[in-house]
Design a protein around this ligand. Structure first.
Ligand code: IVH
Length: 683
């Protein structure tokens, strides 16, 4: 439609439809078709139109997500159909699934040789249940579960969740209530807590509590800042909408209406199918971007569900099958202070060993002194430990109860527990730091390990045991001293044979030929990660130019802001650090000159493209593939998202491939990758 010859009402309707479509691509499918700026432009056009013609403003307009005022409380909502809960199978072993299938077969009076029952198997999301009421396709009300009969009206807050459609696509049924779980992704949760920590404010115990808090926020503007997500798993009241005949088809139908439905689900046959699903999801659990506390099995046929019916407040046709808990209670035995690579002192809880999130945990971070105090934990307390995904285990709070006697409050040491240097804290800062720099053995060890790391200088054979020995034995005090080690000196170390000594010396020799980006990253400059190091190398092309660059010049580099620029400047302004660099160069470390400059002259067929690698490629290792992609100007990301352009899949590609298919991304094999490297490829 042309912009000029349509009426404001027509244009507003067209804009709303466009924005709904693109919001769905962006929030639900993670596959935007428009640049963000273009979306913003359309959004602003609609806002302007509605400001000029307030009568055009409708409840389902994308401009109306954050509206309303701070509430005094939430109005009660009586559910048209009660919100039930499901029975939980606490037996986390396969037998849990077998018991459920046996019960279903018995209730359905199936003969022993009757074919297996078909189930819909899905994840049990760890968030809170919400009922979304759509009338004629428009979201009119959102309510919490409450006691199952009556919940609370949280419409204002739920509207701020970008993933939840304000209007269903192609559905004008008089009533369609969609039920599902509002949750917070783990990375969003970590970032939210990080922000809270920086502000010195209270952190949230886990994503579920953070999500529940956000949904019950009385101020919708605050709720809007808490990043929430949603997955549908069922229905409430329905009028004038034809039900599919199975649960799996129902979820497909909801997805087609634009409602987020989780991709990790399947139709499973009999107990064996359920056990497979439980196992497969258990293996993927840590890699999922959100917390789950189990899986849910539902008899797939809606007709059979009806036949099975309910016992008291639970359906006979569904069960939740748990996984080991991600939170456990244990005793805090001691608090130790660890010194990190940058000198940061972290209080670490030494715990009575406890099985949590699938492993035994006996250490957990307490982050910093202030957070420790806010949580009010003291030695001897019973504390709650959380371990989810690959996040480091953390003490999230204490179990209220009597303390048996006086326990002094924890204090940060005034002197570094490793080197005795003064401990300092920036005015107003939260972190305590050892001022000893590389004089501090702990910092030296961490610096050496970082320097030797696979993505840095890649020194084979230099692991943490050996670094301990080298530093504690006084053999290595600075990075350059590493390159003075000879076989004789090394072989004299405890448990070090001639052969491993020779291997390390060979590893050191090999590491001398490197790249500027690796070298920069290896130096361990605060704020300079691998990507920034690459950007710097590419931009400046030589180390001398980086060392001499002023703040203005550094700020020209892709993604380098004032904090990063200042950190680079500070590092190279210290004569001691320049000396280390010179000594390393004198020890024979080198890289092809003009690395960056040459790279930008070379053809860049993948410039601006983001690729994800998954599975094993027939001839290229992952690092080789990555290097080729980067040389062609592309970036390699760790996970598939709306921003991915291509997914390169090899043998045994896993969930990344599933996600790519689901998002409709272009998937190529190694030959396809080579074609892209040669040509620039489609798009
Ligand atoms: S079905 C009648 N499916 O678990 C069946 N519930 O006790 C209604 N939950 O609080 C629930 N993931 O919020 C269902 N895939 C899933 C679920 C799920 C999480 C929650 C739900 C409810 C509790 C069930």
């Amino acid at each position: 439609m042309s912009q000029t010859d349509s009426s404001p009402a027509e244009r507003a309707a067209a804009l709303r439809a466009l924005l709904h479509h693109h919001a769905h691509r962006y929030y639900v499918l993670d596959a935007p078709e428009l640049p963000d700026a273009e979306y913003d432009r359309l959004f602003q056009e609609l806002q302007a139109l509605e400001a000029a013609h307030p009568e055009l403003r409708s409840a389902d307009s994308p401009t109306q997500r954050v509206l309303g005022q701070v509430l005094e409380g939430f109005a009660p909502v009586r559910h048209a159909v009660p919100m039930l809960s499901i029975r939980t199978e606490t037996d986390t072993e396969a037998s849990g699934a077998e018991a459920f299938d046996a019960r279903v077969r018995r209730e359905l009076e199936l003969a022993g040789d009757a074919p297996p029952v078909e189930y819909a198997a899905e994840l049990k999301f760890d968030g809170l249940a919400i009922n979304l009421r759509y009338e004629r396709g428009v979201l009119v009300q959102a309510a919490t579960r409450g006691d199952g009969e009556t919940g609370e009206d949280v419409t204002q807050n739920i509207r701020t969740i970008g993933q939840i459609p304000l209007r269903l696509q192609g559905c004008d049924a008089p009533v369609l209530e969609v039920r599902g779980e509002v949750y917070m992704r783990r990375d969003h949760f970590e970032r939210l807590n990080e922000r809270q920590r920086e502000k010195g404010e209270k952190t949230f115990v886990n994503p579920r509590n953070a999500a529940a808090g956000a949904v019950r926020q009385l101020d919708p503007a605050i709720a809007a800042q808490r990043p929430l997500s949603f997955f549908a798993y069922g229905l409430g009241e329905v009028q004038g909408w034809a039900l599919p005949d199975s649960h799996s088809a129902l979820l497909d139908a909801l997805a087609a209406l634009g409602v987020p439905v989780c991709a990790q689900r399947t139709v499973a046959l009999g107990a064996a199918g359920l056990v497979d699903f439980h196992r497969a999801m258990g293996a993927q659990r840590d890699a999922l971007p959100f917390d789950i506390d189990g899986v849910v099995y539902k008899v797939n046929s809606l007709a059979l569900q009806q036949r099975l019916g309910f016992v008291t407040r639970e359906p006979r046709w569904a069960v939740a099958h748990k996984y080991p808990a991600q939170e456990q209670i244990t005793r805090l035995e001691r608090i130790e202070v660890q010194v990190g690579r940058t000198g940061k002192l972290t209080p670490v809880a030494k715990l009575a060993p406890v099985f949590v999130g699938g492993t035994t945990v006996s250490n957990a971070t307490l982050h910093n002194l202030f957070e420790l105090r806010r949580k009010g934990v003291r030695v001897g307390d019973r504390v709650i430990v959380r371990r989810a995904g690959d996040v480091i285990p953390e003490v999230v709070g204490r179990v209220p109860g009597e303390r048996s006697g006086y326990v002094p409050n924890f204090r940060m040491p005034r002197e570094c527990p490793v080197c005795g240097s003064a401990v300092r804290r920036e005015r107003g800062g939260l972190d305590h730091r050892c001022s000893g720099g590389l004089f501090c053995a702990a910092q030296r060890k961490q610096a050496l390990l970082h320097f030797a790391g696979r993505r840095a200088m890649d020194i084979e054979g230099l692991g943490d045991k050996l670094v301990d020995q080298l530093v504690d034995g006084g053999l290595v005090r600075t990075l350059p001293e590493l390159y003075t080690l000879g076989v004789a000196k090394l072989a004299a170390l405890d448990r070090m044979g001639e052969k491993s000594a020779a291997n390390l010396v060979a590893g050191l020799a090999r590491s001398r030929q490197t790249t500027l980006a690796r070298f920069l990253y290896a130096l361990g400059i605060r704020q300079v990660g691998e990507t920034t190091a690459k950007d710097l190398a590419k931009h400046f092309g030589s180390l001398d130019r980086i060392m001499e660059a002023g703040l203005d010049q550094l700020l020209q580099v892709n993604d380098v802001g004032p904090v990063v620029a200042q950190s680079i400047r500070t590092f190279f302004d210290q004569p001691h650090n320049r000396e280390v660099v010179e000594q390393l160069r004198a020890a024979g470390i080198g890289w092809p000159e003009g690395e960056g400059a040459a790279a930008s002259d070379a053809p860049q067929p993948l410039a601006g493209k983001t690729l994800v690698l998954t599975g094993t490629l027939p001839t290229l290792s992952r690092d080789e593939a990555k290097a080729l992609i980067e040389a062609a100007g592309g970036k390699v990301a760790g996970s598939v998202s709306k921003k991915t352009h291509f997914v390169v899949a090899g043998d045994e590609a896993g969930s990344k491939l599933d996600k790519a298919r689901e998002l409709g991304l272009t998937v190529v094999d190694e030959a396809g990758l080579r074609a892209l490297l040669g040509s620039g490829g489609p798009g």
